[in-house]
Design a protein around this ligand. Structure first.
Ligand SMILES: NC(=O)c1ccc[n+]([C@@H]2O[C@H](COP(=O)([O-])OP(=O)(O)OC[C@H]3O[C@@H](n4cnc5c(N)ncnc54)[C@H](O)[C@@H]3O)[C@@H](O)[C@H]2O)c1
Length: 335
């Protein structure tokens, strides 16, 4: 059994902490927000995000980051925009041999870095493993069968995380393509926003299937240009996570998209829903595909909609009216 510290007491942090505690690990959860921790302690659950999921007293809840302890695994369950800030705060207290596990899905604004790169920079010397795949907190927390992937430059450490965190309801695969795994997790949020927009506009299953299929094609195209393996996008962190995010009401990206499709402004939709990582990721992906000279037509139209005031109907009709193509044209090169 391992000593596990989870940074972040939101939906996913608490769901992983509850699961690890249920399977006998020694678990500590840290949050920057005293009120969040006090509420969980008082209610014995995270009432807002995971009502009915018991947070037992055996889970140590803290707000002082210097108390993260002599742990084996530190899980970052923090929205991507704040991962660097929290890593800087935690770095002085992280034990030398602790394995850093990131579950956040996003890319850093301005630097365009993957979150494992951010963590490697801030916590130099510790191995970093990305844990990603189709895994809504609400379902993980109540033990619904879930499969995810541990990926790392170091297979030894990906295997360690697989060994420690797998259990009878969570099956973990390993993958050495951390670039592909992280990009799949981050970029699918863009397509989920689009899927939500189409739902909000009243479109149906055909439209969603089209978005998901052409979406994974453009995600993979950018991923391969950035050094990922094409196969990874056919796996759990690629198409698997895309399916779950585009079809579920648990997805905040999809929920924000629905509001936009119903005519709410993108900024208001993001404010109403909360953590909508696809909104920020769209900007980063738009910059990345331009610099890598890769065509991403769905991302382009979403960017125009979110940041340039383009109306969703025009964006969709521009997508449908693109030059006619062969489905299997040489998709890995820019046009
Ligand atoms: N919720 C899910 O089902 C799920 C599943 C897989 C991966 N993820 C990923 O995990 C990450 C966390 O997701 P979540 O749903 O738990 O998010 P969340 O919005 O519930 O927030 C997580 C926690 O991060 C901490 N936090 C937020 N802002 C902070 C700040 N400015 N400074 C310091 N700490 C801050 C808080 O403790 C907060 O509760 C995201 O990147 C998300 O994509 C979420």
């Amino acid at each position: 059994m391992a000593k596990i510290t989870v940074l972040g007491s939101g939906g996913f942090g608490i769901s992983l902490a509850v699961m690890a505690d249920n399977f006998g690990h020694e678990v500590t959860v840290w949050s920057a927000f005293a009120e969040e921790i006090e509420n969980i302690r008082r209610d014995g659950e995270h009432k807002k995000l995971l009502p009915g999921v018991k947070v037992k007293e055996s889970i140590n809840l803290i707000t002082d980051i210097s108390l993260i302890g002599n742990c084996d695994i530190i899980i970052f369950a923090i929205p991507s925009a704040f991962v660097r800030k929290v890593a800087k705060l935690a770095a002085p207290y992280i034990p030398e041999n602790a394995v850093i596990v990131n579950v956040g899905k996003g890319l850093e604004d301005k630097t365009f870095k993957r979150l494992s790169e951010v963590l490697e920079e801030e916590i130099a010397g510790n191995p970093v493993v990305a844990l990603s795949g189709p895994s809504h907190a609400e379902e993980v927390a109540i033990g619904m069968p879930t499969t995810i992937v541990a990926s790392s430059k170091s297979m030894e450490h990906a295997n360690y995380v697989q060994e420690e965190l797998s259990n009878k309801t969570l099956r973990i695969y390993c993958n050495d393509d951390i670039i592909g795994c992280e990009l799949g997790g981050a970029l699918k949020n863009i397509i989920a926003l689009c899927a939500g927009i189409c739902d909000g506009m009243g479109y149906g299953d055909n439209t969603k299937a089209a978005l998901m299929t052409r979406g994974i094609t453009e995600i993979a195209r950018l991923g391969v240009a950035l050094g990922a393996k094409k196969d990874t996008f056919a796996g759990l962190t690629g198409i698997g996570d895309l399916i779950v995010t585009c079809t579920s009401m648990h997805s905040r990206n999809r929920r924000a998209g629905i509001l936009i499709g119903q005519g709410i402004s993108p900024q208001e939709a993001v404010e109403r829903v909360g953590t909508v990582e696809g909104y920020f990721c769209t900007k980063v992906a738009w910059e990345l595909c331009r610099s890598a000279n890769v065509e991403m037509p769905i991302t382009e139209q979403l960017y125009q909609t979110l940041f340039c005031g383009k109306d969703v109907k025009t964006a969709l009709s521009d997508l449908m009216g693109r030059p006619k193509k062969h489905e299997s044209e040489s998709i890995w090169t820019a046009k």
